[in-house]
Design a protein around this ligand. Structure first.
Ligand code: NAD
Length: 333
């Protein structure tokens, strides 16, 4: 197949493109290389994809919220499926720069829905987020739980994406799957996320900021498991048979949680990081941040049942792999 991957220079997009290319698919990557975190890391990810998969990989640097640019770049391009991972990510930044979220996550998402409709793609798989559960305090989070009280603009845009996608899928009969990711980490990860920030600060001998005085739990999900889940879903589109789909969605739209099904205390993550780095962390306890939630914990029974998803990597084995990559990457800079 020829598959459009948006956010191909991003953390998850690069890994998904890499796996699809290794499977022999042609991948058309899109990314606007925004400077939310260092652009050099995004350029390195694209360079890696180009070096490994020269022939099957095409890349367009463009903003998918710009419909004319999108049409111009893809005019003569066959697109059979879309994996839409490009977005303005980050909960805290959405309190500072709301318009970036409206542009990429709302206007940009509608452009992807339109593209799916114009091209009659076999399947559109897109990224949602565990943040849609807001401050729900019943754990684990189940896809059929209420998700109508987001506590950040980021979460609100992701929930809006789900609703718009369900409407489009149902109106225009295009199979779509929304995936609520839970704190993804691993090699080529994101410099704005805790795992990277903690690693950098522990190595520099600087104190690490730990919010809510350390009383936080996250369902950390290793990148290889996420990629398996995304591609497993892509390969099994929801049937357009009128029966309700996962998350109570109208066919042919469905929603899945995709996490590790194992919430970890933040202080345990720090202990695992200390072991992997061979250094002690200095901890700077701080209050809860606006927009943050205390705990995330994915009920993944729906995706396990439908797709055979089975995460295999806990933080004890995943964190050392991230740390090894982090050291290698910085040694070669
Ligand atoms: P990322 O920031 O590394 O990747 C997103 C990419 O999208 C970036 O490279 C960015 O430049 C690109 N992008 C943003 N707006 C764009 C636009 N208008 N046009 C073209 N490109 C644009 O983030 P990631 O961690 O790889 O996340 C991928 C997806 O998963 C996002 O939708 C994110 O919201 C979602 N998600 C991620 C996590 C996680 O833990 N990493 C958790 C929940 C949800």
């Amino acid at each position: 197949m020829t598959i459009l991957v948006t956010g191909a220079a991003g953390f998850i997009g690069m890994h998904v493109a890499d796996r699809l290319l290794a499977q022999g698919h042609a991948v058309v990557g899109i990314d606007n290389m925004n400077d939310y975190y260092p652009v050099s890391l995004k350029r390195d990810r694209i360079a890696r994809l180009q070096a490994a998969h020269d022939r099957l990989f095409t890349f367009h640097e463009l903003d998918f919220a710009d419909l004319d640019a999108l049409h111009a770049a893809l005019a003569d391009q066959v697109i059979e499926a879309i994996v839409h991972l490009g977005a303005q990510a980050g909960v805290r930044y959405s309190l500072i720069n709301p318009h970036a979220y409206v542009r990429s996550n709302l206007a940009g998402h509608v452009n992807m829905l339109e593209l799916a409709r114009e091209r009659r793609v076999r399947h559109l798989v897109y990224a949602s987020s565990s943040s849609v559960y807001g401050g729900n305090d019943t754990l684990p989070f189940r896809v059929e739980d209420r998700a109508d009280h987001p506590v950040s603009l980021y979460a609100a845009t992701k929930r809006a994406d789900e609703l718009m996608s369900e409407t489009y899928a149902h109106l225009f009969r295009i199979p779509m799957t929304g995936l609520r990711f839970f704190t993804v980490y691993g090699p080529w990860g994101r410099p704005d996320m805790a795992m990277w920030i903690f690693t950098a600060k522990i190595l520099a001998g600087e104190p690490i900021p730990v919010f809510n005085h350390g009383r936080m739990q996250r369902d950390f999900t290793y990148i290889d498991d996420i990629v398996s889940g995304i591609i497993g879903c892509l390969d099994h589109p929801p049937a357009d048979d009128g029966a309700p789909k996962a998350g109570g969605s109208r066919a042919p739209h469905r929603l899945y949680n995709i996490g590790n099904n194992r919430p970890e205390e933040l202080m345990h993550l720090i202990a695992v990081l200390e072991d992997a780095l061979g250094r002690k962390a200095q901890i700077d306890f701080q209050p809860m941040q606006p927009g943050d939630v205390h705990a995330t914990y994915a009920d993944i029974s729906a995706i396990c049942h439908d797709i055979g998803f089975a995460p295999t990597t806990g933080i004890e084995s995943g964190v050392p792999r991230f740390v090894q990559w982090y050291r290698d990457y910085h040694d070669t800079q």
